[in-house]
Design a protein around this ligand. Sequence first.
Ligand SMILES: *Cc1c(COP(=O)(O)O)cnc(C)c1O
Length: 376
Amino acid sequence: MIPLSLPHIDGNEWQYVKECLDTGWVSSAGSYVNRFEEAVAKYVGSKFGVACMNGTSALHISLLLCGVKRRDYVILPNITFVASANSIKYTNADPIFIDVDPGTWQMDLDVLEQFLDRETVLENGQTLLKNSKRAIKAIMPVHVLGNICDLDRLMDIAKQFNLSIVEDSTESLGSLYKDRHSGTFGTLGCFSFNGNKIITTGGGGVIVTNDESLANRAKHLTTQAKISSSEYIHDAIGYNYRLVNVLAAIGVAQMEQLPNFISRKKHLDAFYRNELEGVGDLRFQEVEDEVNHNCWLFTMQTKRMRDLLQHLNENGVQSRPFWMPMNQLSMFTDDIYVTTSDHSACVYETALSIPSSVNISDQQLETVVRTVKSFF
Ligand SMILES: *Cc1c(COP(=O)(O)O)cnc(C)c1O
């Protein structure tokens, strides 16, 4: 079986982890945690990085830092991995799901803007939903598959309605919009280092921000909100969310390899697009000119998605459907979904991902292409 996406552990991971084990610095007090935060922040061009135990906890903390609380709303695209929406529910706020653009699969900004224009009022600097008078606090754009929406326009909308932006950049490490790194546009940006992301720590996350007080607050909340180094005095409900040194050590080694990983991902994206263009009814994700895409996971659309999925999996090519749209999940059916023609459902019914590991061989790439062609 050619796997969908495997981590690539081929640098200094063993050496750095061994150092943690040999010195006994295994937990979150070790120096690799700081080194990893600095490496990620520097790479994306942000002033501060705060390491978390995963991307979901990074999102949760970021929302808290934007003041999101019970009965507030946070806006996000209807197509995302479930953790984005869950992180909103953790704060006791509710999501407002916005349908996606059928070409780029990112939040549809026309739908977003129409919704805000028609359904909200601005009172005392706060955007409220007209019917319930509940506050909308933030927008969480999700850079789905490493692609990015029209961020200039989104930033303008956020400013006009006085909304914070927390970027779910969990899939977009290495992706740029107008030469600036994803995750650095919002008040805070969140990255994930789960096993299937572009680099991995096994599990991990980093919050990036240019705001020093927010960075300090993030570190405080992720480390049990302790205010004294010697005594057990705490000033908030904190969380045990900080990444541990052993995992951060893997992260430092992975960051060293990131540029190579991205060039390999770009190579396989170009290969697939070139070889599969015009095959059957296949269509690919559209990427705007302003976006430099990290090509994290190759995903394409066909009306015969279910049959192609089965054909590939039966013939040694691991393939996976896309996420079920949030409005279709049982936990979110009572939440607000804003759409004009439910493009989310169409993307869900037609999209599938094919093998995209960094270390996939050229021969395996050809096998994938041959197997797709043989179906059509
Ligand atoms: C991976 C992912 C997350 C969560 O990251 P974890 O590190 O797995 O907690 C959140 N949102 C999206 C879009 C993701 O792909």
